[in-house]
Design a protein around this ligand. Structure first.
Ligand code: C6P
Length: 412
C-alpha cells in the first residue's frame, strides 16, 4: 500500500484550528473538502488583521487606510493571477464559480449568442455550468446540447467531435468533476473548440484548489474558480479571461466603481477588471484568498497533487475492499482529482453520512448539484469523500471503519 507522504501532514494539520475539535466525542475527520475546505489560522489572521488594522474601502480614498486596503486588495489579485497563470488585468474577483459563469452568461452571452446557435456542455457539469447556459439558450432561442460519458466516467470525445461539427458558439466544461473526480483534457478540448470558433468556459472549481493549473496553457477563453474550496474565505472567487475579451464585453452589474464617466443619458465603463467589479467589493475575503494562495504556494501545488493522488489511491483500494461498495469515476488515481463518490449496497447516502457523522467523519451525500450526472449514473444520490492537504491515511481508515460499522447496522 502506498504510504509515502508528499509533505508532513501532521505539521500542516496544526495550521488548521478546527481540526482540533471533536464531533460526537470523536476526532473530526473532515472529508467534505469538495463542498468547502477548512481555513488555516493564517487566513483567519489575515481577516482579523484587515478589520482591526486597516479596514477601509478600496480604489476611492486617498487616506492611509484607504491606500493600504487598496494595495492589499490589488496584491491579492496579482498573487491569485500568478498562482493560476493568468493576467491580473484579466482576473475579475467574483463571489465564486457560480457568479463567474453567470457573469459570462450576461456580459458575454447576451451580446454574442444568437437565435439558432448551439451551446455545448457535458453531462458531468455542476449545475452552475449548466443552468446559466439553459437560461441563455432560452432567452436567445439557442439550443443547449450535451457531451455524454464513457462507462468509466470520462468524456466521450467522439461525441464532442460530433457536436463541434455543428460549430457551437460556446463549449462549457469542468476541468475536474466534483462527483466522478474525472480530470478532463481541457487544453485539448479548448484547442478543438477554438478551431471551430467556439468560446470556451472552463469550470476550475475542483481543479485550482488541488493541482497546478496554468490557465494560459489551458487556453480557455473563460476560466472560473472559487476561493472557499482552496482554504480561502467564502464569498470570493475569480473569473480569468483575456483582457481584450473582457474589454469587448458589456458590463455585468452596474453602479459605482464600474464606470469611468456618468452622464444623464449614458455612461462609459471603467478599465477591466474594474468594469466587472461594481459596488464595494469583498475586500477582506479577497485579501484572505491572497493569503490562502501564499499558504498553498508554500507547500507547492505539485506536492498538494502528489499527496492527494496517494490518498486517493489508498482510499480507492480501501473502499473497493468493502463488500457492497460501488465506486464511481475513472479507476486510475492519476486521471482523477481528490474526490471519491460511492454507494454502499442499498443504504441511502444520507443514512450513511449520518452514521459516519456519529463517528466524527464528515462526508457529503446527495446529488452534489449534478443531477444530469446522477441520472446518467442511474442513482438518486451518492456518498462522497473528498480530500485536501490536511487529510491523512488515518482519515481514510476512519472512513472505512465507519463503513464497516454501517454495514453491521444494516446487516450487510
Ligand atoms: N460544488 C460540491 O459540494 P460555488 O458554489 O459557486 O463556489 O461553486 C460551484 C461549483 C461549480 N463547479 C463545480 C465543479 C463545483 O464543485 C462547485 C461547487 C460543491 O460539490 C457545492 S455544490
Amino acid at each position: 500500500m502506498l504510504k509515502a507522504e508528499a509533505f508532513e501532514v501532521a505539521k500542516v494539520r496544526e495550521d488548521f484550528p478546527i481540526l482540533k475539535r471533536k464531533v460526537h466525542g470523536k476526532r473530526l475527520v473532515y472529508l467534505d473538502n469538495a463542498a468547502t475546505t477548512q481555513k488555516p489560522q493564517l487566513v483567519v489572521d489575515a481577516l482579523v488583521d484587515f478589520y482591526t488594522r486597516y479596514n477601509s474601502n478600496v480604489h476611492r480614498s486617498v487616506h492611509t487606510l484607504g491606500e493600504e486596503a487598496t494595495a492589499a486588495y490589488e496584491a491579492a489579485r496579482s498573487k491569485t493571477a500568478k498562482f493560476v497563470g493568468a493576467d491580473p488585468k484579466g482576473l475579475v474577483f467574483v463571489r465564486g464559480t457560480t457568479e463567474a459563469t453567470n457573469l459570462v452568461r450576461f456580459a458575454w452571452g447576451e451580446k454574442n449568442v444568437k437565435k439558432g446557435d448551439v451551446l455545448v456542455a457535458t453531462l458531468m457539469e455542476h449545475h452552475s455550468n449548466i443552468v446559466p447556459w439553459q437560461l441563455l439558450a432560452r432567452s436567445k432561442g439557442a439550443t443547449l446540447k450535451y457531451v455524454g460519458l464513457n462507462p468509466d466516467g470520462t468524456l466521450d470525445m467522439g461525441q464532442l467531435e460530433d457536436l463541434l461539427r455543428e460549430a457551437p458558439r460556446l463549449v462549457a466544461v469542468a476541468h475536474c468533476s466534483n462527483v466522478l473526480g474525472t480530470i478532463n483534457e481541457v487544453s485539448a478540448i479548448c484547442a478543438m473548440a477554438k478551431k471551430v470558433g467556439a468560446t470556451t468556459v472552463v469550470d476550475g472549481a475542483q481543479s485550482v484548489p488541488h493541482m497546478p493549473v496554468d490557465i494560459g496553457a489551458v487556453g480557455a477563453d473563460f476560466y472560473a474558480f472559487s476561493g472557499h474550496k482552496m482554504l480561502a474565505p467564502t464569498g470570493v472567487g475569480a473569473l480569468a479571461a483575456r483582457k481584450e475579451l473582457l474589454e469587448e464585453m458589456d458590463p455585468f452589474q452596474s453602479g459605482g466603481e464600474m464606470i469611468k464617466e456618468v452622464f444623464e443619458d449614458h455612461s462609459t465603463w471603467n478599465d477591466v477588471p474594474y468594469k466587472f467589479e461594481a459596488g464595494t467589493v469583498n475586500i477582506a475575503d479577497a485579501i484572505g484568498l491572497g493569503t490562502a494562495v501564499d499558504y498553498l504556494s508554500s507547500i507547492g501545488m505539485e506536492r498538494v497533487r502528489k499527496h492527494e493522488v496517494a490518498l486517493l489511491d489508498y482510499a480507492l483500494r480501501a473502499l473497493s475492499e468493502v463488500k457492497g461498495v460501488k465506486i464511481y469515476g475513472p479507476p486510475d488515481p492519476a486521471r482523477r482529482g481528490g474526490v471519491v463518490s460511492f454507494n454502499y449496497a442499498d443504504v441511502h447516502p444520507h443514512d450513511l453520512a449520518t452514521i459516519l457523522d456519529e463517528e466524527g467523519v464528515a462526508i457529503r451525500s446527495g446529488h452534489h448539484c449534478a443531477q444530469l450526472l446522477m441520472r446518467w449514473l442511474d442513482v438518486p444520490a451518492t456518498a462522497r469523500a473528498s480530500f485536501h492537504v490536511y487529510n491523512s491515511y488515518d482519515d481514510v481508515d476512519a472512513l472505512t471503519a465507519g463503513l464497516h460499522k454501517a454495514g453491521k447496522l444494516f446487516r450487510l
